[in-house]
Design a protein around this ligand. Structure first.
Ligand SMILES: [Zn+2]
Length: 890
């Protein structure tokens, strides 16, 4: 039985690009499944020097018998072991030929050599019995018996079930006071007509027309806040005039109070409107494009899954989806505008999970050979991945951008695999057929091509590109920025969640261009007007990035274990050598604090671009620098823009080799483990280079951003912060800047030794793997012997920063002066160090105290009178500080 699982949202991809796929599993095998038609052209396969013509003739006769629906001819090609085997085969073939349409094709047409005694062949058999269809995979065994070749056995090796054709049945139900209930959601059909699919299919698709009401009230507070940001209210309760929904037929009675449905005596008045709804909505869920006869087909939703479309205002439609296979199975989104409104686990389950927990496949190695023609944005590629199945699955769900047309998907032996794409979902689903049976790793090769413009790099600063830059490029004042094919768009087939794998990549470009990939450059040569460079990433990385530009290799530096190879555009060649040295120093600085670099050979690409930006794929650093002609222009104010601090971008990107690449966040919510660490590590580097003053001013700027946007949601909302308002500054203010502050405060709390020991243990324990907030907490607790639970709860999973009210005054004493600080915090998760400062004409007196949530008062004695009293001069604490003349009595 086949299981197809789907994701509604893949937050592993960047915000603003939620992908929605609607796959499902089919519950049961259609009764008396008929077996039908040929799906794929059979490839030639590898032919031995001396093929056996008799065997080949048998295969041709087998195909012809199936094509002609000739039962007698089919059976005549068999040599049965006994009457039982014959009877079984007769039944199967009779059912198949009785179906509406059937087709048989070889996945790989075998060609046994002369003198062979046995061989086998994998076939794919499609069968449609309207309104259903099924694809089965058989392994047929052939043997030479009594001087002739015959089929001697057939083994079922997987199937793809649940393909259906949907239509609206003529009859309908009167729905008066009937509710469809899903997690936190109700569609109440007050008075109207409910149309559904015909009885032979069961009730799976529905169009409701009439007076209804939609209620949705998400349980998690952070989701209610997201809904408020979207709609102005923390719950939905509104009237609707129609709805479209899909369920598995087995859920019909459970999800709806079907007892209250009566046959509609006169569905006529509502029918035209229902058909309109049907036309607009039915093709948007569970519809697949596959090279199968009678396409397109819909998939049956899995039991427990559901999709409901309902109107939102005049023109918009919202979709509620329950995807039981996903860790966050309740989803509300606006499909047309690509807005994910709410996403969370049902039943109060925790959102602290790893996206790898349910994965069914592990990618071990990626091998990409790609030809880029950057002027036309054309890519022609062959991608082979070596995978290992972690759980039984008959299909492999991959991401691949819709710009690419897939020519073929083949297995190691060259056998063709059936693949299909769910419309507009950027995915590629491969039916594994007989491969689903084995437990050894295997390889799958996809050939594809297309014109694809990769999005701008996953930039650290809002990037408003290109008309200006393109003009300057035309004028020769700026070099054209390279194309960065990265994890932002799926430019090669990959699982929905990024997967650590080694890689070998060959990039072919026109001469004058060079493709750069992470890891070690193995070779590069130019011949016949094309340049071909080959790379090897020997350590596992989450994805492969190819930077294609007018770049040249500027050489290699090696210090200790760490090697850096530079690549640069013509105009920035000189400064690239300086930056290579800086990068080397940064990597050494980080290695001391975070342990050895996960990628000992790193490439550094420097190119010109409109705004400073960076990207840090495994084993590669990309730095976009502003050309002199633009350097005077001010940059947009942004929580991640510290471009005025020399070295900031490179330091941030270099830190990502540890934080984000070597060890990756466990899901989209955990992005702070990558960005906050990169941000904080770069602040530490800047302190090392530029001193405490620079460090504090950077912490101050980050504090301002964090305080400005903190109410938008918790750090643990990750990539969804700012998504609804399409304001990426919210994400960066909370995840980068507040996150960096959280690390800074933890360091203050634990001290350098325990903090960095915990960080190293975390990285070492999760090297080339994914990890979450809880793993970091455990590592820091282990290193420090402290319970950090309350701090993480408040800072990471909760919204809101502490408010610290304080007052201070100085009085004369017998020997000098005494300053008394009174501090009253609100929302402090636990005790934290706080620095008190009194500045006098003679100097500065400082005292660090432990501030606990109840607050307290402390004194500082000075010889002369204090001119200035300060709290938090060392920037140890992120809070809203409010100084009052006198604090009210508690
Ligand atoms: Zn970053």
């Amino acid at each position: 039985m086949e299981r197809l699982r789907g994701l509604w949202s893949t937050w592993g991809s960047p915000p603003g690009t939620p992908t929605m796929s609607l796959l499902a599993r089919c519950l049961r095998r259609p009764a008396g499944a008929a077996l039908l038609l040929c799906v794929l052209a059979c490839p030639a396969g590898l032919r031995p020097a001396d093929p056996d013509p008799e065997a080949e003739s048998l295969l041709s006769r087998l195909e012809a018998a199936w094509r002609n629906g000739d039962e007698a001819a089919w059976l005549a090609l068999w040599d049965f072991d006994g009457p039982e085997q014959r009877a079984g085969e007769e039944e199967i073939v009779r059912n198949a030929f009785a179906s509406d349409e059937t087709a048989l094709s070889f996945l790989l047409r075998p060609s046994p050599p002369r003198g062979a005694a046995r061989f086998s062949a994998d076939v794919q058999v499609f069968a449609a019995d309207e309104p259903r269809a099924r694809v089965a995979y058989w392994r047929l065994a052939f043997a030479r018996r009594a001087g002739r070749w015959a089929v001697v056995g057939r083994q079922e090796a997987g199937s793809l079930d649940g393909l259906v054709h949907l239509s609206l049945a003529p009859r309908a139900f009167r729905a008066r006071g009937v509710s469809l209930r899903l997690e936190d959601f109700e569609l109440r059909m007050e008075d109207g007509t409910l149309f559904s699919t015909p009885e032979d299919l069961g009730p799976t698709a529905f169009a409701f027309v009439g007076r209804g009401r939609v209620r949705f009230s998400p349980a998690p507070p952070a989701e209610r806040e997201q809904l408020r940001q979207f709609s102005g209210a923390t719950a939905i309760d509104r009237e609707v005039s129609w709805a479209f929904f899909r369920l598995h037929p087995a859920d019909f009675h459970g999800a709806l109070d079907t007892g209250r449905l009566e046959p509609e005596a006169n569905p006529g008045p509502h029918r035209a409107r229902a058909e309109e709804v049907w036309r607009a909505r039915s093709e948007r869920s569970f519809l697949i494009d596959a090279p199968l006869p009678r396409s397109p087909w819909w998939l049956m939703p899995s039991p427990g899954d559901a999709v409901v479309d309902f109107p939102w205002g005049r023109k918009r439609v919202l979709t509620l989806a329950i995807s039981s296979g996903e860790p966050e199975d309740v989803n509300l989104f606006d499909r047309d505008r690509r807005r994910q409104i709410c996403t969370y686990p049902s039943g109060g389950r925790s959102a602290r999970y790893s996206e790898d927990d349910r994965r069914v496949v592990d990618v071990l190695d990626n091998d990409v050979t790609a030809r880029f023609d950057p002027d036309r944005l054309e890519v022609v590629a062959t991608h082979t991945m070596q995978v290992r199945l972690l759980a039984p699955t008959g299909t492999l769900r991959l991401r691949l951008h819709d710009d690419f047309r897939v020519a073929s998907v083949t297995s190691e032996d060259g056998g063709r695999l059936l693949f299909f794409r769910v419309r507009e979902q950027g995915n590629l689903v491969v039916s594994l057929g007989p491969l689903a049976q084995g437990d050894r790793p295997f390889r799958i090769t996809t050939r594809y091509a297309g014109r694809h413009d990769p999005a701008p790099v996953d930039q650290e600063v809002a990037q408003v590109t290109t008309p200006l830059v393109l003009d300057l490029v035309d004028d020769g004042l700026v070099e054209r920025p390279p194309l960065v094919y990265s994890n932002r768009t799926a430019w090669y087939p990959r699982p929905p969640a990024e997967d650590f794998a080694t890689a070998r990549v060959g990039i072919d470009t026109p001469a004058g261009w060079l493709g750069v990939v992470g890891g070690e450059l193995l070779s590069a040569k130019t011949e016949g007007g094309r340049t071909r460079a080959e790379y090897r990433l020997a350590q596992p990385g989450k994805f492969v990035t190819a930077i294609v530009g007018r770049l040249a290799d500027v050489g290699m530096r090696q210090e200790g274990e760490q090697a850096i190879r530079g690549f640069a555009g013509q105009r920035v060649r000189g400064e690239t050598l300086t930056r290579m040295q800086a990068a080397q120093e940064m990597l050494t600085f980080y290695a001391k604090r975070f342990g050895p670099s996960p990628y000992p050979t790193v490439g550094l690409v420097v190119a010109e671009g409109e705004t400073p930006a960076g990207h840090s794929p495994p084993g590669l650093l990309y730095l976009q620098v502003r050309p002199p002609v633009l350097r005077g222009r001010s940059l947009p104010d942004d929580p991640a823009n510290f471009g005025d601090l020399p070295g900031f971008f490179l330091a941030h990107e270099a830190a990502h080799q540890w934080w984000g690449q070597g060890t990756a966040p466990a899901n989209y919510r955990e992005r702070w483990l990558s960005e906050a660490w990169a941000q904080y590590a770069s602040a530490l580097w800047l302190r090392e280079r530029l001193g405490e003053g620079t460090f504090r001013s950077m912490m101050d700027r980050m504090a301002r951003w964090a305080l400005r946007y903190d109410t938008a949601g918790p750090i643990h909302l990750g990539q969804r912060l700012g998504h609804l308002k399409q304001d990426p500054r919210v994400f960066r203010a909370v995840v980068y800047d507040k996150g960096a502050w959280v690390l800074h405060m933890l360091r203050g709390l634990l001290g350098d030794e325990a903090f960095f020991a915990g960080a190293r243990a975390f990285l070492e324990g999760h090297r080339y793997a994914k990890a979450g907030t809880e793993d970091l907490r455990a590592a820091l607790e282990e290193a420090s012997g402290r319970d950090l639970g309350p701090y993480f709860e408040r800072w990471i999973y909760d919204t809101g920063l502490p408010v610290i009210r304080w007052s201070a005054r100085t009085t004369r004493t017998e020997t000098g002066f005494r300053s008394t600080f009174e501090v009253r915090p609100q929302g402090l998760p636990g005790p934290l160090p706080l620095q008190l400062t009194a500045t006098t004409a003679d100097g500065v007196e400082r005292r660090t105290v432990e501030l606990d949530p109840a607050g307290g008062s402390w004194t500082l004695d000075t010889r002369s009178e204090a001119r200035r009293l300060q709290l938090n001069e060392d920037r140890g604490l992120l809070a809203r500080f409010e100084r009052a003349g006198r604090l009210p009595q508690r």
